[in-house]
Design a binder for this molecule. Structure first.
Ligand SMILES: C[S@@+](CC[C@H](N)C(=O)[O-])C[C@H]1O[C@@H](n2cnc3c(N)ncnc32)[C@H](O)[C@@H]1O
Length: 260
């Protein structure tokens, strides 16, 4: 009976695409199609609830959040951990919207992503802005939820912003273990995840029929705390719900260090 069941289920299991592969397809397409004058990009920007003009659509993702919310996250959860001259990495860097604001603090910065199209756009922006002068900027194409093999105990700071809301819990856990491996002993990490326990988070969850890459894959702070602990990390700072900031009101952010 057990064997029959396994045989029956095997094809559907085999045909199910992994979360990483779906993310790769979706974000490659997004990056290929994205242009500031695209109707769908401009429609998304119209939904932000703030005035914008053409100059505000400079990077892929400028249509995802208001400028105030992003700046507050940078000021409170990213830049304070990026000490001058440090070695840092962003997992899921996209078109470089956040990375270009962090790179000037770093001696070495790694833009990491599973989407080659996103990495291409990020590289273009880094070049345009001359950010490679005086430091090393690397572009790491990730085949899977694994950081480069040669980066054990290498980074002072690793962060992932606006990427894990699109990843399932197993992928997030895999990255947390990788982050532990790649961090120096005194290093810090920052992750950002979806949060079903907030009002806007639940509203978004209820609109989806299933976990989705185009939408979100929902987690809760308790799930994240469990994954963090079991990856050999501990939380040193958590976001609290704040209705003035889209990310703090809907999602969950936390700063991590190695435990034990
Ligand atoms: C919403 S975009 C955010 C990009 C950037 N962090 C920002 O805030 O502008 C999500 C990015 O995460 C990347 N991504 C999705 N799943 C990933 C995974 N498993 N590993 C690495 N990157 C991933 C996508 O390719 C995409 O570039």
């Amino acid at each position: 009976m057990a064997r029959q069941l396994v045989e029956l289920l095997a094809p559907s299991v085999a045909f199910r695409e992994s979360n990483v592969e779906t993310n790769r397809k979706v974000w490659d397409l997004y990056a290929k199609d994205w242009r500031p004058d695209c109707e769908w990009v401009r429609k998304m920007a119209d939904n932000l609830g703030e005035e914008w003009n053409d100059a505000d659509l400079e990077f892929i993702g400028d249509e995802w959040s208001d400028r105030y919310s992003l700046q507050q996250v940078l000021d409170e959860f990213i830049l304070p951990y990026c000490l001058q001259g440090c070695k840092a990495m962003e997992i899921g860097c996209g078109g470089g919207r956040v990375a270009v604001k962090v790179i000037p603090s770093c001696g070495e910065f790694h833009c990491a992503d599973i989407s080659s199209e996103m990495l291409r756009k990020a590289k273009q922006k880094v070049k345009e802005l001359g950010l490679e002068a005086g430091r090393k900027v690397a572009f790491d194409y990730l085949e899977a939820a694994q950081l480069p093999a040669d980066c054990t105990e290498t980074f002072d700071f690793i962060y992932s912003f606006d990427c894990f809301p699109h990843c399932d819990s197993h992928t997030i856990f895999q990255y947390l273990k990788e982050i532990r491996r790649a961090l120096k002993s005194e290093g810090r990490a920052m992750i950002h995840t979806a949060n079903i326990t907030t009002e806007p988070g639940f509203k978004r969850f209820a609109k989806q029929k299933e976990a989705s890459v185009q939408g979100f894959c929902f987690t809760s702070p308790d799930i994240i705390r469990t994954l963090v602990k079991n990856a050999g990390l501990e939380i040193v700072k958590e976001s609290s719900v704040d209705g003035n900031n889209i990310y703090y009101s809907r999602d969950f952010l936390c700063v991590l260090r190695k435990s034990g």
